[in-house]
Design a protein around this ligand. Structure first.
Ligand code: ATP
Length: 311
């Protein structure tokens, strides 16, 4: 959905993006991570066609952002890290203004407001003045303004900053819903634990360069390989060999009580294996798919690339 080649961006006297090349898959939720000043906001602004890079190309859904920013804006939503709302307008008026400025035909605006308010759980707030909303609701309204035209791609710069845990949890749920509806999301945040909940990919930047861009293991339901963690309530000396002999299973680490292994196949393969374990007499205390911890992975990748931090 997004394809960037050799993108370099300079502020006066400072190179913010240095030869960045990457792809963002359609239908993914990509966590854009990196320390302060890594270039996350600059990258998002370039993708949104709000900055003119020194060199390189950016394509969104096959369209060149630099050559055709207006066409790209029709299929893109963007929430800036410092967004503004018209404080005197009601929620409905804010959404109406966003819909009109995105070029929605006037006969489609009413339905778009109703649908977006429902998605953002703002239906009972439509007549409230936006300046009187809580921070969490203002954030939701700003996201509503970004998605009112039904974009294919949504860029969100620090969407959860300043929100309480409850508001963050409902934001995470919203992102999952948007992904399920087919949207591609690129979300920057410093709070990795929360990106964990809904991200399928991690793109990490450092000093204007891509450190890592990959799928997060265990994040896609259709994934052909799952990481399983198994714990027995009673040690059993047969465990290691039993798992090692199962077709499709590759042991990561195991002893007589615990095992971590990759398993090829879908959910039915997983449930069959659990059934076989129980029938074989193993005292299974827990058996679960293990999803990668984004914070740990990020810190590991930073530790594995110490030179980049000083370049
Ligand atoms: P943060 O996590 O703090 O929001 P970021 O990863 O989003 O940081 P950017 O805001 O993209 O980083 O900034 C990248 C680099 O460019 C930083 O070193 C920053 O100081 C610099 N920079 C950003 N905006 C400007 C500007 N208008 N003029 C000069 N330098 C800038």
């Amino acid at each position: 959905m997004i394809e960037i080649s050799n993108l370099t961006f300079d502020y006066p006297g400072h190179r913010a993006l240095d030869d960045v090349s990457l792809k963002v898959q359609s239908g993914s939720v990509t966590a854009l991570v990196g320390p302060n000043g890594a270039g996350k906001t600059t990258l998002m602004r370039c993708i949104a066609g709000l900055e003119s890079p020194l060199s390189g190309t950016i394509h969104v859904a096959g369209m060149d952002v630099i050559e055709k920013p207006r066409e790209v804006h029709r299929i893109m939503g963007y929430l800036s890290d410092f967004f503004g709302l018209y404080q005197e307008l009601t929620v409905a008026q804010c959404l109406e203004y966003a819909a009109a400025s995105q070029g929605l035909p006037s006969n489609a605006i009413h339905d778009a407001i109703i649908l977006t308010a429902r998605q953002l759980d703002l239906s009972d707030r439509l007549q409230q003045i936006s300046g009187s909303l809580s921070r969490g609701l203002r954030q939701r309204l700003a996201i509503g303004q970004a998605i009112i035209h039904g974009p294919k791609v949504l860029l969100l710069d620090e969407p959860a900053s300043g929100l309480d845990p409850e508001a963050r949890a409902s934001l995470a749920m919203l992102f999952r819903q948007l992904q399920t509806s087919g949207m591609t999301l690129l979300v920057s945040s410093h709070i990795l634990a929360e990106l964990d909940e809904y991200s399928t990919h991690m793109l990490s930047l450092r000093n204007g360069r891509v450190l890592e861009n990959r799928a997060i293991s265990g994040s896609q339901p259709a994934i052909a390989q799952r990481r399983i963690r198994l714990k027995l309530s009673l040690a059993d000396a047969r465990l290691v060999d039993w798992i090692a002999n199962k077709p499709g299973a590759t042991i990561i680490k195991a002893d007589a009580e615990n095992a971590e292994f990759d398993l090829q196949g879908d959910l039915s393969v997983q449930s069959l294996l659990l059934r076989e374990l129980v029938i074989a007499g193993f005292q299974v205390a827990s058996f679960a798919e293990h999803k990668e911890n984004l914070q740990q992975s990020y810190l590991q990748s930073v530790a594995a690339n110490p030179i980049a931090s000083h370049s």
